[in-house]
Design a protein around this ligand. Structure first.
Ligand code: NAP
Length: 252
């Protein structure tokens, strides 16, 4: 096993400004990759992260670019610009996501569409313009971030659970379309991970959720990044079409 499993790889990570995406960006650069990190509202955070990583890893490139993955044209511009900025392109991590938690009976059309557009339609808007370079190159990896909610269903998260379940089907189908071209497509399904997303959960609910985890603690963004970077590397070349849950054994 090489010390730098992503050496020389070009990676694109959506939602790379904070949370799990930022941890993936940090780990990918540390493992030798050049990375384009997409941000939406977090330009300042994304630029600070890119500056830190460029200083810590001279010779590596870390490029922040604006991306609204819920918008087809904005996502296409992001994809084209990402390809322009990278010498080569090997790995796409579809990580950007949002929640709009509410009981289904109270859900507004705006909440439903925001969640579906950002979490599920982004699989189309971002992957479609970045697919052919990987297919033509006959190598590469796509890693989609889904959720335990998509596997088991979470009350208060019907739209989110539907979108994340959709990612599982998308991953399986696309993996079969392009396996013969040497491109893998896998999904990672985190349970409860310490980020801004889970910080928004009311404390009593968070304590209840923790009680469903055998180790009684949330995972870290780095726990997820390890799995994502493994799936992005050649070490995982024979794994495709899979959804791997990373949840500390969460029992729901
Ligand atoms: P987070 O800390 O809230 O970060 C969300 C990221 O998504 C940010 O970088 C944000 O960018 C980006 N984003 C949001 N809307 C966007 C849009 N329209 N276009 C482009 N980027 C957008 O969340 P996280 O916990 O790291 O979650 C990352 C992924 O893991 C998501 O797909 C989430 O569903 C999934 N997940 C998380 C958990 C968990 O427990 N945390 C569990 C299961 C799955 P800006 O900050 O620049 O706006």
């Amino acid at each position: 096993m090489t010390d730098l499993p992503l050496a020389g790889r070009g990676c694109v990570v959506t939602g790379g400004s904070r949370g799990i995406g930022a941890a993936v960006v940090r780990m990918a650069v540390a493992q030798g990759a050049d990375v384009v990190l997409g941000y939406h509202s977090g330009e300042k955070q994304a630029r600070a992260l890119a500056d830190d990583l460029s200083a810590a890893h001279p010779g590596r490139r870390c490029i922040p670019l604006y991306a609204d993955v819920s918008d087809t044209e904005a996502a296409a511009r992001f994809a084209a610009s990402a390809l322009d900025h990278l010498d080569r392109f090997d790995v796409l991590v579809n990580n950007a996501g949002i929640t709009r938690d509410t009981l289904f009976a109270r859900m507004t059309p705006e909440q439903w569409h925001q969640v579906i557009d950002t979490n599920l339609n982004s699989m189309y808007t971002v992957t479609r313009p970045l697919l052919m370079p990987l297919v033509k190159q006959r190598s590469g990896a796509i890693v989609n971030i889904t959720s335990s909610a998509g596997l088991h269903g979470t009350p208060g998260q019907t739209a989110y659970s539907a979108a994340k379940a959709g990612i599982v089907g998308f991953t399986k189908a696309l993996s079969k379309e392009i396996a013969a071209r040497g491109v893998t497509v896998n999904a990672v399904a985190p349970g409860l991970i310490d980020t801004d997303m889970t910080a928004a959960i009311p404390e009593d609910r968070a304590e209840f959720l923790k009680s469903l985890i055998p180790g009684q603690e949330f995972g870290s963004p780095e726990d997820v990044a390890c799995l994502v970077c493994f799936l992005a590397s050649d070490q995982a070349r024979y794994i495709t079409g899979q959804t791997i849950e990373i949840s500390g054994g969460l029992v729901v």
